[in-house]
Design a protein around this ligand. Sequence first.
Ligand SMILES: Nc1ncnc2c1ncn2[C@@H]1O[C@H](COP(=O)(O)OP(=O)(O)O)[C@@H](O)[C@H]1O
Ligand SMILES: [Mg+2]
Length: 223
Amino acid sequence: MSDDVVLRIEGLRKTYETGRVRALDGIDLVLRRGEFVSIVGPSGSGKSTLLHVLGALDRPDEGSVWLGGQDLVTAERLDRVRARSIGFVFQLHNLVPTLTAVENVELPLYALDVSRAERRRRAEELLVAVGLSERLHHRPSQMSGGQRQRVAIARALVNQPELVLADEPTGDLDQETGRHVLELLERLREERGLTLVLVTHDMAVAERADRTIRLIDGRIASS
Ligand SMILES: Nc1ncnc2c1ncn2[C@@H]1O[C@H](COP(=O)(O)OP(=O)(O)O)[C@@H](O)[C@H]1O
Ligand SMILES: [Mg+2]
């Protein structure tokens, strides 16, 4: 595998309900380091399923998924792969309500061998990078929707992942706030050389990517 390939999938299939629902029906895809790829397609076309398989949240029924040098189909501990290599941003921020911003951002680092001081340092550095230096010790309920999504982005980056996956990260925000969150992701991607895969309904958002993949019925229609 050439050095600049972050992820390679071939012949990916995933069904639900013992085969009745074909969520992914033969997907081939190569992602290169630093690429920004958007995924669009109608509701139910398999976008979230694809992101979950790419992000080691779920295993396919068939096909191969290589992330870095690792085969995600046979990897014994997907949780470890995730902890080391993947950052996830969901539509709803999924922050822990009882924890402060900095504590939420630190969470992924508990699965890694990172000292307490280093955890705090990295979480604070990222919250500053996403423009929340004044909100380090606020809880999610004390922040706006856009600020919560910024915390979620900081949390997704704190393990210094190879691959950042975002599933409609602006879908729950008003247009203006959504645009700011997107600009933030784009800036971080540029500054940190991240590989970014973004699922969106919004063609204006999708078109900002280096390339757009359209899914229809679990297949790639064009890319
Ligand atoms: N956990 C599940 N159990 C059963 N069917 C599912 C499950 N998750 C997704 N599906 C089905 O798989 C297909 C693809 O879903 P999904 O990946 O969520 O699409 P999208 O994100 O594009 O809306 C849909 O038909 C959906 O109903
Ligand atoms: Mg979805």
